[in-house]
Design a protein around this ligand. Structure first.
Ligand code: URA
Length: 187
């Protein structure tokens, strides 16, 4: 059972639950502070993440760092994970069976980190974590409280790199995140 970080990490590093394990270079378990009040959940490792074994270290990660800095946060105050822990070939969307296979690891991470806030980055994470019908253009920035967690979603930084006109909306979402942090008196 994945009741501590050592067993969770060992399970991830040896994982062969789906085909993504056949093509990965490294498993990307997560990054940041393991005791953070804020957890960010992306989609899956990209090329740089796969090569380095760390979450959000490529171009999307650099933008994510800037987004966090906008509201006075850095990686020492958040924990960052992904829906799938191995890179989908050519950065295709993870398949439902890959998401399902990987979900026990994410659940274990949530149990260990015990965040107060979970921010989904992009549609894929929002549909897995918040609502299978989640529409990111309509529902970004909305907050729901569930099982003691505050949940929200914003645009994935890769989507902002593709379409910078969405950055304005993402900034509004970040300000709402800052307000929630202040309201909950955390970090
Ligand atoms: N995109 C993601 O969703 N996750 C990463 O770790 C990197 C890029």
């Amino acid at each position: 059972m994945m009741v501590n970080w050592e067993t969770l990490e060992a399970a991830c590093y040896g994982c062969r639950r789906c085909v993504l394990g056949e093509t990965r270079t490294n498993v990307v378990v997560g990054d940041g502070a393991k005791q953070a009040d804020i957890m960010l959940i992306g989609e899956g490792p990209g090329e740089q993440e796969d090569l380095q074994g760390r979450a959000f270290v490529g171009p999307a990660g650099q933008l994510l760092d800037k987004m966090l800095a906008c509201i006075g946060l850095d990686r020492t105050q958040v924990y960052i994970a992904n829906i799938v822990k191995c890179r989908p070939p050519h950065n295709r969307d993870p398949k439902p069976e890959e998401e399902t296979a990987c979900l026990p690891y994410l659940r274990a991470q949530v149990r260990l980190v015990k965040p107060k806030i979970i921010v989904c980055l992009g549609r894929i994470a929002a549909q897995v974590i918040i609502d299978p019908e989640f529409r990111i253009t309509r529902q970004h920035g909305i907050w729901v409280e569930r099982k003691g967690f505050w949940l929200t979603a914003t645009y994935h930084p890769s989507a902002l790199l593709r379409d910078p006109s969405k950055k304005r909306d993402a900034y509004e979402d970040l300000k709402l995140l800052r307000a929630k942090i202040d309201e909950l008196k955390i970090s």
